[in-house]
Ligand binder design. Structure first.
Ligand code: PAF
Length: 282
């Protein structure tokens, strides 16, 4: 497994790749878990060369967020990458991707405004800027993103389309613990009690999905059901619970087509997001 830390070495490596050999990129912020591993496995199955980037991107953290505290464990990350037969790990320093005179950012407009965009106003611009840079550097045929960050996936798909980037964006299923909690690097921070509270988000989204499966076609009752199961208060704050069109992320009143149930909560200073996609046939 090759490790590269500079953009120059990465570009040289890229130029040396045989024409026609497909390259898959899994962009990460490290602290790799089984969710990342499943992205790498998907990349491994579909591409000849697999690249993982590990970079805790300061641009996507707000001033009061956990950039400094974000879990970092490079030795364990590299061991996981080796286990998964990754070909190349790109580990740039902050000053490599953002030199002192860096002044260009990439922003997606409408899709970035709601939900996470409202709660974390500078977050998506940081994500779309770093992902654009990574796609430019690696020039992968495919890049792999997890469904847990569904809004992020929608933005990246949009930016690839809008900027005519030659990469296919693949959405991979959320990986959950046995109790249903979506895997996230930040789960390492949480106490048992917070974890127990956070589980209510998945339970609420599942209750919303069941209500739709039973025939409810109005968003109002579905949201009411989700809010009831979530039972805010007692150390749990709700940022949003929504029934949206899975493509535009606009809130729906009548549920039809492909719907995404989105939720974000805070407990004990940790934020949890999750979502479920529901396909309605009629
Ligand atoms: O999903 C993440 O881990 C990050 O937002 C990403 C896509 C690696 C960009 O820093």
């Amino acid at each position: 497994m090759r490790i590269i830390r500079t953009t120059q070495a990465l570009r040289t490596w890229r130029r040396q790749q045989p024409p026609g050999a497909s390259t898959g990129l899994v962009p990460t912020m490290g602290a790799l878990h089984a969710g990342h591993q499943s992205l790498v496995q998907r990349a491994r199955r579909t591409c000849q060369t697999v690249v993982v980037s590990i970079f805790v991107n300061p641009l996507q953290f707000g001033p009061a967020e956990d950039y400094r505290r974000y879990p970092r464990d490079l030795a364990a990350d590299l061991a996981r990458c080796r286990e998964e037969n990754v070909d190349l790990v790109f580990i740039p320093k902050v000053e490599t991707l953002y030199p002192r005179d860096f002044q260009t950012t990439v922003a997606v407009s409408t899709l970035a405004q709601r939900w996470e965009g409202e709660c974390r106003p500078t977050h998506f611009q940081g994500v779309t800027t770093v992902v654009t840079k990574l796609l430019n550097l690696v020039r992968p045929d495919r890049a792999f993103f997890g469904q847990k960050d569904y809004q992020q996936y929608c933005l990246i798909r949009q930016l690839v389309r809008d900027l005519d980037l030659d990469t296919r964006i693949t959405l991979c299923p959320t990986i959950r613990d046995d109790d249903g909690l979506a895997l996230s690097s930040r789960n390492r921070y949480v106490t048992k009690t917070e974890r127990q509270r956070a589980l209510a988000l998945y339970q609420a989204l599942s209750a919303g999905k069941e209500a739709i499966a039973r025939g409810t076609r109005r968003a109002g009752p579905v949201k009411k059901r989700m809010a009831k199961v979530l039972g805010a208060g007692h150390g749990l704050d709700v940022d949003y619970l929504a029934c949206c069109d899975a493509r535009t992320l606009e809130p729906l009143s009548r549920l039809q087509g492909t719907v995404v149930l989105l939720g974000a909560i805070r407990t004990g200073g940790v934020r949890f997001i999750d979502n479920l996609i529901v396909r309605i046939r009629r």
